[in-house]
Design a protein around this ligand. Structure first.
Ligand code: C2G
Length: 130
């Protein structure tokens, strides 16, 4: 089974690792779409602290990840799922229900986010600790 998931993965943390490892446990191959810097800017109106190339190197180095690619648009999920021949789409439950319309081409699962950690929260904590 081929699994696909998506994310920015800025300031890589334990919540990111948890979802990637859990995603991998659904099958044999895990493919990760990493948001481009431009897509991140469009989504959030600021650039990630780590560039796409840095985030890509970090995600690619993980044992649970088999393949990565650049996610250039939120609207291209169907295209990516088809191109990478994915059987299952995994998303965090912050996206609950948003991708159900893709269940004609793959299974769609939403996994619970890890509690008490996020990139936004980390940025605030780092700011307070210096
Ligand atoms: N995540 C998690 N637990 C956390 C924080 C994040 O499980 N405490 C998950 C998110 O649910 C997501 C993945 O880690 O599935 C990556 O999170 P983000 O980098 O915040 O991803 P996002 O910016 O939401 O991009 O096409 C979808 C987007 O590219 C997702």
């Amino acid at each position: 089974m081929r699994i696909i998931t998506f994310g920015t993965f800025d300031l890589f943390h334990i919540g990111h690792l948890n979802i990637l490892e859990r995603a991998k446990s659904f099958g044999d191959q895990l493919i990760v779409g990493i948001s481009s810097d431009k897509l991140n800017f469009e989504k959030k109106q600021f650039l990630p602290l780590f560039s796409f190339e840095e985030r890509k190197r970090i995600i690619s180095s993980l044992r649970c990840v088999d393949e990565v690619f650049e996610e250039e648009s939120l609207e291209k999920k169907r295209e990516y799922i088809t191109k990478y021949n994915a059987d299952i789409l995994i998303m965090g439950d912050d996206w609950d229900g948003k991708f159900d319309f893709l269940n004609d081409i793959c299974e769609v699962h939403y996994l619970k986010r890890t509690k008490d950690i996020s990139t936004t929260d980390l940025k605030k904590r780092i700011n307070y600790s210096v």
